[in-house]
Design a protein around this ligand. Sequence first.
Ligand SMILES: *Cc1c(COP(=O)(O)O)cnc(C)c1O
Length: 463
Amino acid sequence: MHYQSTRGAAPLLGFRDVTLAGLASDGGLYVPQSWPSFSREQIAALAGLSYVETAVRVMLPFVGEDLSEDELRELCTRAYGRFAHAAVTPLVQLDQQQWLLELFHGPTLAFKDVALQLLGLLFERFLRGGNQHLTIVGATSGDTGSAAIDAVAGRIGVDIFMLHPKGRVSEVQRRQMTTVLAPNVHNIAIEGSFDDAQALVKAMFNDRDFAGRFQVTAVNSINWARLMAQVVYYFYAAVRLGAPDRPVAFSVPTGNFGDVFAGYVAAKMGLPVAKLVVATNVNDILHRALSTGDYSAGTVTPTDAPSMDIQVSSNFERLLFDLAGASVADQMRGFEANRAMQLSNAQRQGAAALFASDRIDAAEMNGAMRWAHAEAGQVLDPHSAIGLAAARRAGAPAEVPVVTLATAHAAKFADAVERATGVRPSVPSRVGDLYQRQERYDVLPATFEAITSYIAERATPKA
Ligand SMILES: *Cc1c(COP(=O)(O)O)cnc(C)c1O
């Protein structure tokens, strides 16, 4: 299996190198040169398999020669052994048609664990033996930071530097990061905003000398291996609901378009997906792009679903490329210059064949939380509630089950959930002693000089 860049000017890479590289050298994103395809019989044979076995079958075609089937199975067993539910991603029925796929049973209570737990192990596996060393640098407003730190804590060959805006993440979110005391984890509270933190990280990636010297890489959802790991649960859920004989629709609370793109990949591989509903909050660039063809960024409005408060959805480029290869590099350069672009007719029509979209405001989100609680006794987090609101409005035919991806545990957003439903969700016991654990982090000014010299003192340079 070879991977190509969406911008067409980077070398083709195998799975190992794509995993370690993150972004392509031409600024594009890596995608497989062709989609593996599963026959009806192969899909039917997934029935009754465990999550780990499903994961091995679905991901094997993507890893090529870089991992044996047994190695992949071992990594999946370790990654998903850390989940608190035997089914890893259990399905819960809400009513005759609506289902939830609970993706939040990992160590940090958000769906990002599903992919990052595996990614941390892949990094370690691919760095083993050589004297290579990877320096992960990221900025977080909350969820990604804790999931990434948990996934790489203690892993050999990797250091992680995570920047968060001092005093602007919740105490639970901060403690989930700063109580991880492994020596390869470096938490930095910067004296500035999340945007300042993100700008500093961008500047570091763009400093080719610095990035090259420390082999700096990213763990956000531009990394192909993350998307690959997310394809698995679409198969797992659909097979449980009757695929390949019965098509299934999914509704996905969407920010960076990573999670829902994994659903597109599943459909490309032959899974009978009736519809993929892209659910946004009021930060609705994707809803506008899919419904009118206008992909133009505005300013971010903060909401109770902060992981979807986004104006630029990096993974959308992967879809545009798959729908109409050649023009994407120009299109994206235009977008980067003007923060706006139009989808081509081919892209609009191609997307409309599989995607629907909806924009859910605060009242509709709260209504969905109340409905799930009253109707099915389920307490949803705000992100999942946005997915459910869009799912219920999507108008799928009665015989098609609609699965909403539940992307976070309600306890991560307890205040918003309590405001909507009157119920205050409690933090599961496995993360419950956060307030007793020791914290470790350093506070730095939000300057390029301060951050890079901090990292240079602690990271391992290229041999
Ligand atoms: C990251 C995140 C999302 C958005 O996922 P994308 O892959 O960026 O579209 C939705 N909900 C939660 C809770 C998240 O953490």
